[in-house]
Design a protein around this ligand. Structure first.
Ligand code: KIV
Length: 275
């Protein structure tokens, strides 16, 4: 576990950018891992992009562990990061440590991620004290988006920008090994990156972070409910899937599939006996 963190920190010290993507199941995690991505996050974005729910607050430990275990079976090289779901660490500090341990022991994660909330520093310190590496998350924190005026860019004025800088510094001091900056102006992300010793991973935070993360379904064109400005789409996997599925339907309806190449045949003699 420590080794994965050390490798990541060394990569950052060499000035190389860190890559992080989300995965929620075995096949996607296999592909992502084979591409040399540094960190695979089983994000609570599971709620939106896989389960069709409105808010990340709607998934709990059971769903997160179920999907994380599937991802674990696929990941051979990347650091595996479990996203602590809403109410798994906000209510009681003992619950937070217990739930963080479940990500490590039951689901095989290397580390956990948690979002900023009012009492997150004590919680972070306790999880770190239990020997579990923690990645922080500031800026737009979806689990508390209602308190931040919704899914909006954060830190656009001096007061809130300063607050986010302080939060990032406090999380570093509490023992986080890295921190996600979500949806903040690029100058603010650059300043935080300059001020912190630990690597910053940006999403909608401009080019100056130490690394970048995207929700995989966004970059593959597999999520159409909403398109954040920062979510660059690299391929249109939905269109490709649609093409395959439609072709299957047409071939079944026309009798073209299955053909001989995709069927099994019994030796004629055996078949005669059956008849
Ligand atoms: O849940 C998630 O996918 C995340 C990323 C956006 C960082 O937290």
């Amino acid at each position: 576990m420590k080794n994965k963190i050390d490798l990541l920190l060394k990569k950052n010290q060499r000035g190389e950018k860190i890559t992080m993507l989300t995965a929620y199941d075995f096949p996607f995690a296999s592909v992502i891992d084979s591409c040399g991505i540094d960190i695979i996050l089983v994000g609570d974005s599971l709620a939106n992009v896989v389960l069709g729910l409105k808010s990340t607050k709607e998934v709990g430990m059971a769903e997160m562990l179920h999907h994380t275990k599937a991802v674990r079976r696929a990941v051979k090289n990347a650091m595996l990061l479990g996203d602590m779901p809403f109410n798994s660490y906000q209510r009681h500090s003992e619950d937070a440590v217990k739930n963080a341990k479940r990500f490590i022991v039951e689901a095989g994660c290397d580390a956990v991620k948690l979002e900023w909330f009012d009492d997150c520093l004590a919680v972070t310190r306790n999880i770190v004290k239990a020997g579990i590496p923690v990645m922080g998350h500031v800026g737009l924190t979806p689990q508390t988006a209602d308190k931040l005026g919704g899914y909006k860019v954060q830190g656009k004025d001096a007061v809130s920008a300063r607050r986010i800088i302080e939060q990032a510094q406090a999380l570093e001091k509490a023992g986080c090994f890295s921190i996600v900056l979500e949806c903040v102006p690029d100058q603010l992300a650059a300043e935080i990156t300059k001020k912190l010793k630990i690597p910053t991973i940006g999403i909608g935070a401009g080019p100056h972070c130490d690394g970048q993360v995207l929700v995989t379904y966004d970059l593959l064109g597999m999520f159409s409910t909403f398109h954040p400005k920062f979510a660059k789409q690299y391929v249109d996997l939905s269109a490709l899937m649609k093409k395959g599925v439609e072709q299957f339907r047409k071939e079944v309806e026309s009798g073209k599939f299955p053909d001989k190449a995709h069927s099994f045949t019994m030796p004629k003699e055996e078949w005669r006996k059956v008849k």
